[in-house]
Design a protein around this ligand. Structure first.
Ligand code: GDP
Length: 481
């Protein structure tokens, strides 16, 4: 009976992974069924059966503890009382609070979700208007959206690192310590790129033992802090069973959590069908320019062209000949280039180049860019919808060229399941080589802790967990922005 149950759980969960036609009891989520039609091949990376059964168990827990259930109502009472009452509820929660651009948000949600999985908590998302209508509900028969009447919502906006009620600040001021007996019913965790030593103690076993007793953890985060969960020895065994291949953590969890809503899916599929579907090969180029170090347009353009030509992704043009002079014109586009960028310049230049001259290989290249918003406006819902459309379109490409340090690109590469070619950071000179293959398809960790909890000293965390490596200089993720 046990094995039959296991097989059922496995089949049920794998079906959700590969977009089955199981009725999830949701209003609708077309992408759950249709996404498989738009991915040219299924992912070669299969989730472990242990992960699938864990997700299935999680779904039941979420259904039991999710918004508006009796357990949730009891937990809210406990939250409001400020004190822990062991008998009041069997549910514990992580509440994720939004912050930064969409890529950052998706990475930190994934980190929060893995934390919830590892600690048997339920993840609830504090979704303001700017994030509505982006994703399907990931868990069946319930919701992951934090209800509007959740107490303390007004505190979320003001929640900054130095707030006296954050866990790190409380440790620092000794308002809380490892022998505190009367713990509060909730704590705020600050896990963002500029978190300090006390905030980062979250990644220590001793702190996890304390936090496990607190039913409500409210987390503000904008980073992919997930790799640090591998530093916590009490999670070690579970993590290695969940993810025998550590390079696929975001790939699996991201594909599981983030299914485009129907509205987003229609935008994705219309664009794909109209411009990309007919090409034999689709090359995605994500150009992200950070304002902290202006990168001259000509430098970046040269970098993109020399990268794509050197790596044989795109052909050179024969500038001696006008278009149509060498080969009969074809209706077929051999290669489609999908450019995503806030600026229209790269698209314009490349369209002109392939529009005026034939390529040396005779291939026909079409260049497309879905939008050019000019500037980041992550507080606007339609802006985030467009960003999600483009991240997803990039994840459907055959080849990917991304910009160093961009979480927008990390999400695309993770969902695609590929190590991209990364355009190296431009300092004062053009980088040579212009780009290089990423070390991993996992998102880069922008703010790793450097503390050995056992030795109570600063350390290179890669010496503790060997697969957590610092990227080489040219690909280095920094938090300079
Ligand atoms: P990161 O700042 O590159 O790490 O990525 P984020 O996604 O966290 O934040 C950048 C935000 O700027 C995105 O979420 C979008 O709102 C916007 N943005 C940046 N690049 C693009 C792009 O190529 N296309 C669109 N539509 N939006 C972009």
């Amino acid at each position: 009976v046990f094995s039959v149950v296991l097989v059922f759980i496995y089949q049920n969960s794998i079906a959700r992974f590969i977009s089955s036609d199981i009725d999830m009891g949701e209003e609708s989520c077309i992408s759950r069924n249709e996404s498989v039609l738009y991915r040219k091949s299924s992912s070669p990376y299969k989730p472990s059966s242990y992960l699938l059964s864990k997700l299935s168990t999680y779904e039941k827990l979420h259904e039991h503890c999710g918004p508006h259930t009796d357990s949730y109502k009891r937990s809210i009472k406990q939250l409001k009382s400020g004190r822990i009452d062991d008998n009041s509820t069997d549910c514990r929660y992580v509440v994720w609070v939004a912050y930064c651009g969409l890529g950052n948000r998706m990475l930190s949600i994934t980190s929060a979700f893995l934390y919830a999985l590892l600690t048997n908590r339920v993840l609830l998302i504090n979704q303001e208007h700017d994030m509505s209508n982006l994703f399907c509900e990931p868990f069946p028969n319930t919701s992951w959206i934090l209800p509007h009447d959740f107490p303390f919502k007004s505190k979320f906006k003001k929640f900054k690192q130095k707030n006296h009620y954050s866990y790190g600040s409380m440790l620092k001021s000794n308002t809380i310590n490892y022998s505190t007996e009367l713990l509060p019913s909730y704590l705020f965790l600050y896990l963002s790129h500029e978190y300090d030593h006390h905030d980062k103690l979250f990644f220590c076993d001793q702190d996890q033992a304390l936090l496990s007793k607190v039913p409500w953890l409210i987390m503000k985060s904008n980073v992919y802090f997930l790799p640090s969960l591998f530093l916590i020895s009490s999670f070690e065994q579970e993590l290695s069973k969940l993810f025998p291949d550590k390079e696929t953590v975001f790939h699996h969890l991201g594909r599981y959590l983030f299914l485009p809503s129907d509205r987003v899916w229609r935008l994705i599929t219309h664009y794909y069908d109209d411009y990309l579907a007919k090409a034999e090969k689709i090359i995605g180029i994500q150009v992200r320019i950070f304002e902290d170090k202006p990168s001259p347009f000509e430098y970046v353009m040269d970098q993109i062209l020399s990268c794509t030509q050197k790596e044989k992704l795109l052909p050179e043009v024969d500038t001696e000949k006008p278009i149509g002079s060498s080969s009969p014109s074809k209706n077929q586009t051999d290669k489609a280039v999908l450019i995503t960028s806030l600026s229209p310049g790269y698209y314009k230049k490349m369209t002109k180049m392939y529009g005026q001259h034939p390529t040396k290989t005779g291939e026909v290249v079409g260049v497309y860019q879905p939008s050019h918003a000019g500037k980041q406006r992550s507080y606007i819902n339609s802006h985030n919808i467009q960003a999600w459309v483009e991240i997803y379109l990039l994840s459907l490409c055959d080849e990917l060229v991304t910009s160093t340090r961009s979480t927008f690109g990390y999400v695309a590469q993770g969902l695609r399941g590929m190590r991209p070619l990364i355009l190296y950071k431009i300092d004062d000179t053009k980088p040579d080589p212009p780009c290089g293959r990423g070390m991993s398809m996992e998102p880069c960790y922008h703010a790793p802790p450097i503390y050995d909890c056992k030795a109570k000293t600063t350390v290179d965390t890669a010496t503790l967990v060997p697969h957590l490596r610092e990227a080489p200089e040219e690909q280095r993720c920094t938090i300079e922005r």
